[in-house]
Ligand binder design. Structure first.
Ligand SMILES: C[S@@+](CC[C@H](N)C(=O)[O-])C[C@H]1O[C@@H](n2cnc3c(N)ncnc32)[C@H](O)[C@@H]1O
Length: 205
């Protein structure tokens, strides 16, 4: 039987990312998001009106199927206008998803593999990719001329902030020869930067 895992329990291990998504919606007009490899990280719904979560893990499917629990966990934690729509797809994001191409404002890629390679198609023109370099997604976006770095997310003492100043100091490889898309995809992890951040915000053409 699949054990019940809740966002509240997960927050105890990874922390609460609500402040990160609050900062994003304060800076940019983000109404819809797609979060492939979300597990039970419900934090985007504290700030964003419509979020589609995607995961193959049975514990995530069980959690999101319990609508009363999901609503209860969001209760008192949402910004005005957030969490109107909370959807979950029990799907492999490397396969076509039941999501319209070019429809989402924000694609979230955190610790879940090469999300942007498979799910960029769902991002609207001018939409945003939030990615970290753990599994290589930020490193790949940094090499993609159709993505532009527009923000950097720092996390200090569990508090998130989004900055847009001095962006040229970020995503500078320690070893320039490591900044190669094929190498990064084969390794399945990001490269080292002279000034690392928790995550990076890119805007697509
Ligand atoms: C390390 S967890 C990260 C969860 C969350 N993104 C976070 O940052 O806390 C990675 C999640 O991605 C999911 N995942 C990995 N590959 C996937 C795929 N191809 N399709 C759907 N989910 C996937 C796993 O099931 C797992 O729940």
């Amino acid at each position: 039987m699949t054990r019940i895992v809740t966002w509240g329990q997960y927050r105890e291990s990874i922390g609460d990312r609500s402040g990160l998504f609050a900062a994003l919606v304060e800076a940019w007009p983000i109404e819809t998001a797609l979060y492939p490899g979300s597990y039970v990280d419900l934090s985007p719904s504290t700030a964003i009106p419509s979020v589609t979560y995607v995961d193959t893990d049975a514990r995530a499917a069980k959690y999101f199927a319990d609508h009363a629990r999901v609503r209860g966990e969001l209760d008192g934690r949402t910004r005005p206008g957030a969490a109107i729509q909370v959807d979950f797809l029990s799907s492999d994001y490397t396969r076509p998803l039941a999501v319209t191409d070019g429809s989402v404002d924000l694609l979230i890629s955190l610790y879940a593999g090469p999300v942007s390679d498979h799910c960029r198609r769902y991002l609207r023109r001018g939409g945003w990719l939030l990615a970290n370099s753990s599994h290589g997604d930020a490193s790949l976006a940094a090499l993609d001329p159709t993505f532009r770095l527009v923000g950097v997310v720092e996390c200090r003492g569990g508090r998130y902030s989004l900055g847009a100043d001095g962006l040229e100091a970020y995503l500078v490889p320690k070893r320039p020869e490591a900044a190669d898309g094929d190498l990064i995809r084969r390794a399945g992890k990001g490269i080292a930067y002279t000034r690392p951040a928790f995550a990076y915000l890119f805007q697509s053409d």
